[in-house]
Ligand binder design. Structure first.
Ligand code: PLP
Length: 273
């Protein structure tokens, strides 16, 4: 047995039968980055690479039971949230996170798919603001989500300030939806912008890019990286997964989270992006 155990990352997320987003995205990302994923399922979706057909939410009590079973058995090094889908699920995850205040919490405040289909029964901005973000170590909204979470703010900087004022320690606002030549991602902490990371803009949109980024950030925290290092490494990793992405269905391409190699059965040569 290998004594050098991978850190366990608990993800709260919905399933996606395409394998592009949600639980599958988190599992492959975390495994690719040397973590052991512990997936707590919050919802089951029916979707293809073009859109969501339907979803069903897992009862909040069952979400709690899944998480507690693992937390009482394994040391968890980081929490990551994706699709939660309801106020009850946000409250459930917040109550678990409150019981484990030393475990970093990475929140991807997703309420809709990248193609705009809803992934929640009701708007969750208020409950995210009230219950989950005050406990978050890092929140990773895209610019549209940031504006939704801080509707009074007139700039992205002001959005980040408002999110940090709630108690969220670090904020990473991604820039893929902004009309800029490069994708500019802004990283905030200590009530100010700490860094800005610009990446070449890749054409089109990808299914599961936000999940990949937040899971990669959680991996960085789980490995004990400093927050800024966790974020830049996660951004670089995510960009490489997109650059090497595949169009496996008729809709959006999906990231290749094992672009760096991925084992003996791969036909493709390791991508050196
Ligand atoms: N979680 C689930 C279950 C999803 O189906 C999706 C998108 O379809 C997402 C999260 C968010 O995906 P993205 O990373 O593309 O924002």
């Amino acid at each position: 047995m290998n004594a050098d155990r991978p850190p366990v990352v608990m993800v709260f997320a919905g399933t996606d039968p395409t394998g592009g987003a949600g639980v599958a995205a988190d599992i492959v990302t975390l495994a690719s980055l040397g973590c052991h994923p512990a997936p707590v399922v919050t919802a089951v979706t029916a979707q293809d690479t073009a859109g969501i057909k339907q979803f069903s939410l897992v009862d909040a009590e069952l979400v709690i039971a899944q998480a507690r079973a693992v937390l009482e058995d394994m040391p968890v090094a980081a929490f990551k949230t994706g699709m939660l889908g309801s106020t009850a699920a946000v409250a459930a995850v917040a109550s678990i996170a409150e019981d484990y205040p030393d475990i970093p919490l990475i929140v991807d405040p997703v309420q809709a798919s990248g193609r705009g289909d809803p992934l929640a029964d009701e708007p969750l901005d208020d409950v995210l603001r009230m219950l989950l973000l005050p406990r978050a170590t890092l929140v990773t909204p895209n610019s549209l989500e940031a504006r939704g979470l801080a509707p009074d703010a007139d700039t992205l900087d002001a959005c980040a300030q408002q999110l940090m004022a709630l108690g969220c320690r670090y904020v990473l606002i991604t820039g893929a939806h902004e009309n800029t030549p490069q994708v500019v991602n802004r990283f905030y902490g200590n009530m100010r912008q700490l860094e800005s990371f610009a990446f070449e803009r890749l054409p089109g949109g990808f299914h599961g890019s936000g999940c990949t980024l937040a899971a990669a950030c959680a991996a960085g925290f789980a490995h004990g990286l400093e927050p800024a290092s966790a974020v830049i490494e996660a951004l670089r990793y995510t960009w490489n997964t997109l650059k090497a992405g595949h169009r496996l269905g008729m809709g959006q391409p999906m990231p290749d989270r094992l672009y760096w190699g991925g084992g003996p059965f791969r036909r493709r040569k390791p991508h050196d992006a």
